[in-house]
Ligand binder design. Structure first.
Ligand code: P53
Length: 478
């Protein structure tokens, strides 16, 4: 019989990250993370990485949307939408406030026990990212972040503690969120958030990037291996920001250039899923004379710690022209990146391309034949609260339904093995790239504004009912 529908056990849900929702940045023994020293910015105004928490700056992640204090109410709303899963991260600094302690902080562990129990009460599975842009600030100041091999051991220790503690509550894990963001080493925020390293300040930024990545690849593989020992039922994935590069035209140089550029995506999954460095990367290092320090057992560790599935975010595609001048957009300025005339962009310049999601699912599945999990997708927009309190976010519904339509084609027509779909920012939260509250993704509106005002009260947007119906019909009614 032909499969016409998504699988019955498809994991519909929503996604956030600890630092973008929790707040309570100094509560329950939590230490400062790198997100706690990031000021607020806006479209075109970069966030500042301050040297500790300083007077005179506003730090939106300190309060975020107070999920730390209000998670019960929020989980009840997720349950009302019918979530089967909920993706969040564990803030490393709640468990190891400085990162280099030998013993974990019990209050932090208890918080996630309580949160997971609350989710499980409604049959919502937690899906957990171990590192989502929130490493301990202390490890950055004192150790140089992930440049330092010692951080591998600190991370593995943290991971072991939580993998053991929650082994009966969590099945799906991911190691590093959007590990590939830092390959844009010219833009300081990305290296800082992924690894606590500002590559542009390094003597050889690109070589440093690969040294850092080697440490993270080894750490990730160790965690996968260890996790499988703790509970063989665990599914531990990697996580890729999948912004596919299209050739701008059918000119052979454009096509070949897009293949080369895609190496900047695939190298991450190649190492994490296949367990060894791909030839094109080794040749690149050789050409550039890079010396990446590795320990003798690393090669074996990588092979023994292959990811069980590929989690990825999908928001947009990019088009590349081989001979275009360098783009002026520092954030997404991959060399040769030019506007795609066939798609529209959001208010933040993110190009909206639902077919690109089907494309991404296909290329990833063809390359690896591993289960995939869309762990982020969504539309950041300004929302307007009407006089009657309603929020008519039809633009968000349009974005999501067009993407779900393409996702269904990938599963039903192309046979892609897809675990689930968790749209980003299911409740409004602090934007990662700009630190704004005004860039909203949620089905649930949070009354909190960029000038610091707001009651933090929650309300249901139009998309809330829409998504509830999507889940109830297993994606049939969009
Ligand atoms: P904000 C680039 C491309 C795709 C996803 O971003 C990206 C980025 C930026 O690194 O990041 C993810 O809030 C990230 C989330 C983030 C979300 O996209 O800037 O995993 O933490 O909030 C949306 O609009």
């Amino acid at each position: 019989m032909k499969q016409q529908q998504l699988p019955k056990d498809f994991l519909w849900g929503g996604a956030v990250a600890a630092h973008q929702v929790e707040g309570g940045w100094d509560q329950g023994g939590k230490g400062p993370s790198i997100a706690d020293v990031l000021s607020g910015g806006s479209h075109g105004v970069d966030r500042v990485m301050t040297d500790g928490v300083l007077e005179g700056y506003s730090y939106p992640n300190h309060e975020a949307v107070d999920f730390y204090g209000r998670y019960k109410q929020d989980v009840a709303l997720f349950a009302e939408m019918g979530f089967k899963c909920f993706r969040t991260s564990i803030a490393w600094t709640r468990i190891f406030p400085k990162g280099d302690e030998l013993e974990p902080n019990e209050a932090g562990l208890q918080f996630y026990d309580d949160l997971f129990d609350e989710l499980l009460k409604y049959n919502i599975q937690p899906v957990i990212t171990l590192s989502h842009f929130e490493m301990p600030y202390h490890l950055v100041k004192e150790y140089g972040g992930w440049k330092n091999r010692q951080v591998v051991d600190f991370f593995v220790r943290f991971s072991e503690v939580v993998l053991r503690r929650y082994q009966h509550k969590v099945k799906y894990w991911m190691t590093f969120n959007e590990i590939n963001n830092q390959s844009n080493y010219q833009y300081p925020l990305f290296g800082y958030c992924c690894s606590g390293v500002v590559y542009s300040e390094e003597q050889n930024p690109e070589q440093t990037l690969y040294q850092v990545l080697h440490h993270q690849f080894v750490a990730s593989a160790q965690v996968v291996k260890l996790g499988h020992q703790i509970n063989p039922e665990f599914k531990i994935g990697c996580m890729l920001a999948c912004v596919p590069f299209y050739p701008f035209s059918c000119k052979p140089d454009d096509v070949m250039y897009s293949v080369e550029a895609m190496h900047q995506r695939y190298l991450f999954t190649d190492v994490q899923v296949r367990g060894y460095y791909p030839s094109y990367l080794l040749r690149d290092w050789q050409r550039k004379g890079f010396q990446i320090e590795m320990q003798p057992q690393d090669e074996q560790t990588l092979r023994e710690g292959c990811a069980d599935y590929i989690g990825f975010s999908y928001y947009m595609s990019n088009a590349l022209q081989a001979d275009a001048p360098s783009s002026s957009d520092a954030m997404f300025g991959f060399p040769g990146n030019v506007p795609n005339p066939h798609v529209k962009a959001s208010d933040w310049g993110w190009q909206i391309d639902p077919v690109g999601l089907r494309y991404s699912l296909n290329v990833l599945y063809e390359r690896y034949q591993k289960p995939l999990f869309i762990v982020e997708n969504g539309f950041g927009a300004f929302d307007k609260v009407e006089a009657d309190g309603k929020i008519n976010d039809d633009y968000r519904i349009d974005y999501l339904s067009a993407h779900i339509e393409q996702m269904k084609k990938a599963v039903i027509e192309d046979g892609v093995d897809l675990i689930g779909y968790t749209p980003w920012g299911c409740i409004d939260c602090v934007s990662f790239t700009t630190g704004e509250y005004g860039k909203r993704y949620g089905f649930i509106y949070v009354d909190k504004h960029d000038d610091g005002t707001g009651t933090l009260e929650r309300s249901r947007k139009k998309s809330f009912d829409w998504y509830r119906n999507v889940i109830a019909s297993n994606g049939e009614q969009l």
